[in-house]
Write a protein that binds this ligand. Structure first.
Ligand SMILES: Nc1ncnc2c1ncn2[C@@H]1O[C@H](COP(=O)(O)OP(=O)(O)OP(=O)(O)O)[C@@H](O)[C@H]1O
Length: 265
């Protein structure tokens, strides 16, 4: 799985949303996208998932399994509410396996995916009957069942309580490591970014959003969360990351004020 964005720009009508995005993602890499609201992170995921096309530039995704669908997990809405957990997964499997498996085999496979995310006990539950954490586990199982090497995740844990969030971070780290999936993950949370990422891409405030910097995370996995959070290296790294994000925001605010002052003359 190789992913490359070359001079990618994208906009709606008269607004440029992303400008000159150049990025290369290694096979098996856990890449985190950070940046202020409106910097185009979700839009960039939509481009990677082929839900939008760039206005210029090129996105190259070489999916070695030959799967054309790319799995996406959003903060919400990744499941059909009128289907049970297992039916949601069977639907994805049906699309992928196109008549190669019997109905019984599809349901068995769905159960395996749900067991993988510790939801083996909840196969018959509807999304509305599950907690937020369970829904996101099911959404991850559904995404895995698509069979793609690439998993795109758009603030998937933003609405979860801290303990569930930590449990699900561990789950995606395990998926990245054990199943060698390449993961591109959007978050606003610096600690989450550092825990998960091999590298972090910081977007500047849009529009148009640009890549401000690409930073390698210097902490070796597996990370002991408690030890890391108490270390000076971590605190300094996190503060630098937040400073980089704030620098972009302040520059943007200053530009805006300059334009408004100029406009008042
Ligand atoms: N369908 C659309 N039509 C026009 N503009 C849009 C559309 N979708 C998004 N935008 C604009 O594109 C810009 C980038 O939005 P996007 O959701 O990609 O940002 P983001 O960095 O993911 O933000 P957040 O962190 O708040 O999720 C925003 O200014 C948004 O208003």
């Amino acid at each position: 799985m190789k992913i490359k964005a070359i001079n990618v720009s994208f906009g709606y009508k008269d607004t440029e949303i992303l400008k000159d995005i150049n990025l290369e993602v290694r096979e098996g890499e856990f890449l985190v996208l950070m940046g202020p609201s409106g910097s185009g992170k979700s839009t960039f995921l939509r481009l990677l998932a082929d839900l939008e096309k760039p206005n210029s530039g090129e996105i190259i995704i070489n999916n070695k399994n030959g799967i054309s669908d790319i799995a996406v997990v959003f903060q919400d809405y990744s499941l059909f509410p009128w289907l049970t957990a297992e039916e949601n997964i069977v639907l994805a499997l049906k699309k992928r396996l196109k008549g190669k498996k019997s109905k019984k085999e599809l349901f068995q496979l769905a159960e395996q995916y749900l067991t993988m995310v510790q939801l083996g006990h909840a196969t018959k539950k509807y999304p509305g009957e599950m907690s937020g954490g369970m829904r996101q586990r099911a959404a991850i199982a559904r995404a895995l069942s698509v069979g793609s090497d690439l998993l795109l995740m758009d603030e998937p844990f933003g609405a979860l309580d801290p303990i569930t969030r930590i449990q699900l971070q561990e789950l995606v780290l395990q998926i990245n490591q054990d199943q060698k999936k390449t993961i591109i993950f959007v978050t606003h949370d610096a600690e989450e970014a550092i825990m998960l990422a091999d590298s972090i891409v910081m977007f500047s405030p849009g529009p148009p959003g640009k890549i401000l910097e690409c930073i390698d995370v210097p902490f070796e996995k597996p990370i002991n969360r408690n030890e890391l959070f108490e270390s000076r290296e971590f605190i300094e790294f996190r503060d630098d990351l937040l400073q980089l994000m704030n620098k972009g925001i302040f520059e943007k605010l200053n530009q805006k004020e300059a334009v408004e002052d100029g406009g008042g003359i």
